[in-house]
Design a protein around this ligand. Structure first.
Ligand code: ATP
Ligand code: MG
Length: 388
């Protein structure tokens, strides 16, 4: 039997001016996750309707789409009290207490929402043993009177909210194998910023497993996007030069300035509007406000740090919720952890950084790294099995 799902757009409904773009991008994103299911999609300015055969996998897929407030499995009937009451009676039959809640968008319908609820409620009482409980009912029957028919439902599944991915264009996520950056990516996607990722690797100091772990994380967050690519930057030469030419207290600060410089070039080349990363205020020496400002100084596009103000435990909670935590805690070193000095500077000076950077021809090395980027744009196991 064919099932009908009604989608409520949530936050988009408040953005009147942009509504058409919102709905267009949302539809495209929904079509992507439902491409393997036999569904039909219809939409108007406030609701989307999806007909499908088996609603469970479809709901599950929709729960990875940002921009959805909720998904309801509903029944469509003709707009008259008899048909609505008949369906309501069918839906409540296994419960003891109920209430009816009506929303009337079709203003030409001659009864108010309150009158409809009362009348349908009276019909349910007449035909069943149920009782009305307006404060704490076991079941609430929702009735929506719309121009295309009346929709009745009892079960509303929450969507994940946010804005449709892509509505804000694209950013570049600095994706390490840690816990924070995949969560930062998820939060940026939630605000509608689609992503490409950049990962700095330093073989042989970092292993193929470390790279594979980053690809796995990219694959997980790609479920919310579908468009994610990973730019893998060969970072060994820069890292070794920094190790040789820069006082060790400043090594991380300078290394991160190099990462940002490379990230900026990748953004400009690929029309990406912002850098996104997993920095969190105070977490490590390179994430004090002084460090952040000295590091940020080398780029002139916005840097978004979605987890900047979150506690580590809050970040871990979210990592668990989105399914990245288990992969993030796999024990592979990444390039930062190998070249960590004993006493990294906590309050670096910009002047000093500029001085130390004169010790080697970093611009040449930055360009060379950018020229040798390997871009991975598919996460199908068979296409990245070389890294396993
Ligand atoms: P995470 O912060 O994701 O748990 P981490 O603790 O290894 O990983 P930090 O040293 O805290 O990373 O670095 C802060 C941020 O810088 C990361 O969240 C990530 O956005 C970026 N970053 C660090 N190392 C790399 C790398 N090798 N490739 C890409 N981005 C990186
Ligand atoms: Mg971190």
């Amino acid at each position: 039997m064919e099932k009908l799902l009604m989608i409520k757009y949530g936050e988009l409904t408040t953005k009147k001016a942009n509504r058409n773009t919102f709905i267009k991008i949302l539809t495209k994103n929904i079509e992507r996750v439902l491409k393997d299911y036999p569904v039909t999609i219809k939409k108007d300015r406030v609701r989307m309707y999806i007909t499908c055969q088996d609603e469970q996998p479809v709901i599950k897929a929709l729960q990875k789409i940002f921009g959805l407030h909720s998904i309801v499995l509903c029944e469509k009937v003709n707009t008259n009290i008899e048909d609505i009451s008949k369906k309501a009676i069918e839906l409540v039959k296994n419960f003891k207490t109920f209430k009816i809640e009506t929303k009337r968008s079709l203003k030409t319908f001659p009864m108010t929402s309150m009158e409809i609820s009362k009348k349908v409620g009276a019909n349910v009482l007449k035909n069943t043993d149920l009782k009305v409980d307006v404060h704490n009912p076991e079941i609430t029957v929702h009735v929506e009177i719309r121009s295309e028919g009346s929709f009745i439902y009892i079960d509303e599944k929450k969507g994940i909210g946010g804005y449709p991915v892509g509505i804000q264009g694209k950013g570049l996520l600095m994706l390490s194998g840690g816990i924070d950056s995949p969560v930062a990516g998820y939060l940026a996607l939630k605000r509608g910023v689609d992503l490409e990722c950049i990962y700095f690797e330093s073989p042989p100091h970092t292993s193929i497993e470390a790279k594979n772990k980053v690809l796995k994380l990219a694959k997980i967050i790609n479920e919310y996007s579908g468009n994610i690519k990973v730019h893998v930057v060969p970072f060994t030469k820069l890292q070794e030069e920094i190790y040789k030419k820069v006082p060790h207290t400043y090594m991380i600060t300078i290394m991160r300035r190099m990462m940002y410089r490379i990230a900026l070039k990748v953004c400009l080349k690929n029309k990406l509007k912002v850098i996104v990363n997993g920095e969190s205020i105070g977490q490590v020496a390179s994430q004090t406000l002084d460090s952040m400002s000295v590091i940020n100084n080398v780029v002139d596009i916005p840097v978004i740090r979605p987890v900047a103000c979150m506690d580590k435990l809050e970040i871990i909670d979210l990592a668990n919720k989105i399914g990245t935590y288990e992969t993030s805690i796999l024990p592979y070193e990444d390039c930062c952890t190998i070249f960590v000095p004993k006493h990294p500077i906590i309050h670096p000076s910009l002047k000093q950084c500029i001085e130390f950077e004169k010790n080697f021809d970093f611009e040449k090395l930055v360009d060379e790294a950018v020229d040798n980027i390997e871009t991975i744009s598919s996460f199908k196991e068979e296409e990245y099995k070389d890294y396993l």
